[in-house]
Design a protein around this ligand. Structure first.
Ligand SMILES: Nc1ncnc2c1ncn2[C@@H]1O[C@H](COP(=O)(O)OP(=O)(O)OP(=O)(O)O)[C@@H](O)[C@H]1O
Length: 239
């Protein structure tokens, strides 16, 4: 579903923010992408979503190279960024209808899904209001509802749990699990290791731009008596 081949990003010549990363994510998998601050997670996600171009390497989404056929590749995924930047002056419902139009979601299907997701996230009653009246968390939940609407093959999330209350975080985790059970694929970054540990089929660890692990948790842990936190701290020790 998602293939990264020798992907590198150098914002300037002196430093590679992402350094020769290769990984392959299969349909139906949830992959947690973890690493210390500044390790290169957001840069990687921005390259996967086509916001940034890699300096070297290629990114293939559902068989389509995003640099060669960006629109075709982008039809396969939705993306929720780490900051809920969103058009302020339109109503929540208009934003969701805009997303549904972009991804050609039928009127019947969108009505059902908008109701389901926004009621679950408790923003349904706010949909007739303009987004500039929404709190940070409400904006994030609107973005999440919009990203789930098209039932994307690949769902990409950068730090999705930041700013969500525990109730909403639980709803999101349940929806992520359901999405994968129905054949969808999820790639998300997080600093919340317990969530990664509980939710993911595989974990990818990035440190100083390099992928230092990408495997099942049991394989990464080797010794069953240690936690992901202990493995993470050991693998990303930066003296
Ligand atoms: N626009 C930019 N121009 C120059 N350098 C950048 C830019 N964006 C990020 N970087 C640098 O690239 C490196 C990776 O940053 P990135 O935001 O990808 O890390 P991250 O793993 O998402 O970090 P965090 O966990 O703090 O969000 C950092 O050294 C950062 O300073």
């Amino acid at each position: 579903m998602l293939v990264l081949k020798n992907v590198t990003k150098a914002y300037d010549k002196s430093k590679r923010a992402v350094d020769n990363i290769s990984l392959e994510i299969k349909k139906g998998e949830i992959i947690g992408f973890i690493g210390p601050n500044g390790a290169g997670k957001t840069t990687t996600i921005k390259m996967i979503t086509g916001i940034l171009s890699p300096t070297e390497g290629s990114i293939i989404i559902n068989g389509v190279d995003i640099s060669k056929a960006p629109v075709k590749a982008k039809k396969n995924f939705t993306y929720v960024p780490d900051h809920p930047a969103i058009f302020d002056a339109i109503k929540g419902i208009d934003y969701l209808n805009f997303i549904a139009d972009m991804y050609e979601v039928s009127l019947k299907d969108r009505r059902k899904k908008i109701e389901r997701f926004t009621k679950a996230f408790q923003i349904y009653d706010a949909l007739p209001k303009t987004i500039n009246s929404y709190s940070h968390g409400m904006r994030q939940k609107l973005l999440l509802s919009g990203a789930l609407l098209p039932n994307p093959n690949l769902f990409i999330l950068d730090e999705p749990l930041v700013g969500l209350d525990p109730h909403s975080a639980k709803i999101l985790k349940d929806l992520m699990r359901e999405h994968c059970e129905n054949g969808g694929t999820i790639f998300f970054s997080s600093h919340v290791l317990e969530v990664v540990e509980n939710l993911c089929h595989r974990v990818a660890i990035i440190n100083k731009g390099k992928l230092v692990a990408c495997d099942k948790l049991e394989t990464i842990k080797k010794n069953k008596n240690i936690t992901l936190e202990e493995v993470f701290l050991e693998m990303t020790k930066n003296e």
